[in-house]
Design a protein around this ligand. Structure first.
Ligand SMILES: [Zn+2]
Ligand SMILES: [Zn+2]
Length: 164
């Protein structure tokens, strides 16, 4: 079972800390894009059936650079903030929630943070991934990866002298 499923039967009242580990596939994250484990460092505050979770989740995404089209691994860290109450319990007002928190419901036995973890990580994915800040990309003329040195056009231009 995913480490992001918190067993409420053994979770003590008050503040605690949980380190969670899961395989990406357990969180519906495809292994081709998420090559490593997903880890969480979560602070949990329990008052009766009300749970407040705050912490960070980490994973590595395998992405394709938009400039040079090479694959690279990007470590990601996302904030997680979840407030959960037992389904069917007394209703709580929106104002009781800390800013940025999200209310979900648990069944009194376990709290599954898998969905929130997956969504938090997906939000961290860059829209235009770069393998590095100064990636030189592909040559628009010959298509060579210019991170690997001058392409043949650049060499030809250099050979032609400063006139061009
Ligand atoms: Zn690149
Ligand atoms: Zn070129």
């Amino acid at each position: 079972m995913s480490g992001f499923v918190i067993n409420l039967g053994t979770l003590p009242a008050g503040r605690g800390r949980i380190r969670a580990v899961a395989e990406p596939s357990q969180l519906d994250l495809p292994a081709a894009v998420w090559p490593g484990e997903v880890r969480g460092d979560l602070g949990i505050d329990r008052t009766g059936e009300l749970l407040s979770v705050r912490g960070t989740v980490q994973a590595t995404a395998r992405l394709e650079c938009v400039r040079c089209l090479e694959e690279f691994d990007l470590p990601l860290e996302a904030e997680l903030a979840v407030v959960a109450d037992r389904a069917g319990g007394p209703r709580r007002l929106e104002e009781d929630l800390e800013a940025g928190s999200y209310m979900k419901f648990h069944d009194g036995r376990q709290l599954d943070l898998g969905e929130e973890t997956r969504e938090a990580l997906l939000l961290e994915l860059p829209i235009t991934p770069h393998c590095r800040e100064d990636c030189r990309g592909l040559c628009p003329r010959c298509g060579a990866n210019r991170n690997q040195g001058p392409c043949r056009c650049e060499r030809a231009r250099a050979g032609a002298g400063p006139a061009e």
